[in-house]
Design a protein. Sequence first.
Lengths: 238, 333, 293
Amino acid sequence: MSADLVVEDLTAGYGDAQVLHGLRLTVREGEVCAILGPNGAGKTTLLRALSGMVRTRGTIRLGDAALTGRPPDAVARLGVAHVPEGRGTFMPLTVEENLRLGAYVRRGPDVETDLERVYAYFPVLRKRLKQAAGSLSGGEQQMLALGRALMLRPRLLLLDEPSLGLAPIVTRELFGIVRTINEEERTTVVVVEQNAHLALGVAQQAHVLETGRIVLSGTAAQIQADEQVARSYLGYRV
Amino acid sequence: MSTTGTTEAAAPAPVRQRRRLDRRWAGLALLLAAAVYAPFQLVPFHVFQLTMVLVYAVALLGLNLLVGHAGQISLGHGAFFAVGAYASAVLLDRWDLPYPLTLPVAAAVAFLLGLALGVPAMRLRGLYLALVTLAIAIFLVPLLKRFEELTGGSMGLTLAKPQPPAWSGLAEDQWLYFLTLAVAVAAFLLAASLLRSRVGRALHAVRDNEIAAEVMGVRLSFYKTLAFAWSAMYAGAAGCVYTWVIGFVSPDSFTVNLSITMLAGLVVGGLGSLAGPVLGALFVMFVPSIAQDVNDAAPGVIFGLLIIVVMYVAPTGLAGLAGRLTRKIPRKE
Amino acid sequence: MAGFLQQVVEGLGAGAVYASLALALVLIYQFTGIVNFAQGELAMFSTYIAWQCVAAGMPFWLALVVTLAVSFAGGMLIERVVIRPVEGAPELTIVIVTVGLFIFVNAAAGWIWTFLIKDFPNPFPGGALEAAGVSVNWSTLGVLGVVGLVMGLLYLLFQHTRIGLGMRAVAADPASARLVGIRVGRTLALGWGLAATVGAVSGVLVAPLLFLEPNMMGGVLIYAFAAATLGGFDSPAGAVAGGLIVGVAETLAGAYVGFVGSDLKVGVPLVIILGVLLLRPQGLFGRAAVERA
């Protein structure tokens, strides 16, 4: 059974303000899809629409399951892990508690195995287990957020600006791990990113969003080669 | 949208506003005329009831300044009412002060007490004001009982009621009614002009958005404390008139239930409007006495349910509902 | 000295009751940011349920279990029916709604059971334990024991169960809690049910010491507010410590400060609340400073 993410005629917004105007995209199971575009294009809103945080119209399907109209907790129970803007860390709780919350919708002994798996990806977290999450550095918090998302054993992982506020070296490490996760676990990933170069480095396909519409789609290589994109988002080659 | 709405909307804004103001003043004048006429038509007991409505209306006007306009919660308004009542009673009992003089003194005492208690409570969010005022309301009763030589303890103080001067030709109940009416009208005008001034705008800014108000340069704690002190002053004045009208004060008349009933009445009457306190006062006066015939607990059940329902469906209370029904144009503030 | 210790012990007994109601207040505050002014009245209502069960011939401890179960369900129901519609409304609105609930529950109890005082059975044996010149009533010990037990159970729930972890996640960040798949609405209702249960314990404990009547908890509520303010509204452990401190302070003030005596003791919580607000607004154990105006 395929678990492709299929989005059709998706509109979404806040109150009277419509942000997304009829998006259509497909992410095949096990692929990484990068969403690029300027500020205010609706990238974050797209992720929020996928995880049920904003009201939407249109169709969102993950495999056989229709996600449209479901609240975020129900979407999470269908295997969608969303690492939101600001990372969604439970600051007063410990690192371990944060990770266990990632697996909240699952039960059983697998949770312990998965904790080990996350520590293997992020050894630094093991050292901070009993520390309050709020006391971690920005990079560590982003790792915690990613680790927490993995604890769900997601079928679909949504990442919102993972590079935000992080040092370049940390960002590169993080994207390396995203790539590993995608390769080893065959997790489908949708990543929104300002740093197009990094994002295209891990993605198989990409979409460029402007004012709530997809203006360009293609494979990562095609997008990378596009002059317009290069000028606007990659910052080299004039 | 009705057709009257559209023609109204077509009129230039200042004219429309003027027309509405004129209508409002005409309505108030009519109401005042009725209020003056009423005591000559009613039996003394009903005159007394109306007098009490006015007393409560003065107290609720003050509570409305704080809750309705500044958005702060007091569960101890009855305590300041009691302070005013006792201030007046002690002055009359101890020093035989002429009764008109007790009004400014009672109001001033309540004002100062409100200021003193408002300073610590207002440094923090409204929540703590609710806690502190509730604690004050509960503490007041044993405090009044303790200072027996001054307050008469549990027995309270019995006083002579103000007598009508011979020239007026009025009966006692009518004279008390007119005294109260005069105080109520003065209190109403004071509140109305206060709210139309810069201060009123500052209070609304505090209520609607504390952070924005602060950015705009409104000194939050100053205005919150001031609103609290004013509301205490109104309660004190109302309490003083209460003493005149009833001629008796005792601690058990001012339990925490009085405070809670006042808040309930105001919420049902309508927060943040000028008519709200009057409607609320009618409520405070008549609902308990009518409902009590059913069961001692009936007023509480009715009040409790009504408050919750009002907060769900009509946060502006009866006054807001009436406004919505009479005015077809939706109100935009 | 023995006399002083005696007062302290009695203060602790009273304080344990305040602590359990304060705990109920803090539970709800942590989840929802709401201070539930009706908490004391809900506890009073629960106590009447226990009284009714005992009057119907149930043994005390069975009646207690029934009462706690009913209170739990009642708390959840109230969250659903009364609080949910004003979720996210301004604080003023929510406080007024809980005040409305206060009035309603108080009057409803008066309607059902009248305002006449009822005797409530004391579950603990009479008499006292004598040690070092101090005599400790068995009922004081019992109250302390029960509150300790409740504390311990809550600790286990929050620190060592999945549901408890979910509840703490909701308290910390409801939006993120939703993203990890927690049913936040259900969890909030659970929090109210739990608070009502803890409150019911305080009602049942205080009823034999006071008299059971609809206004029984009004005074206790003020002490519980003082306890929660002192301990910090975001700290369950602080609420318990605050309750014990308030209880001891009240008893000592009543015994040794001539002016206070037994009748003005109810001024102690007022003084404590004002003092804490002036000197340390976040309370003794509160984490962050409460928002300042």
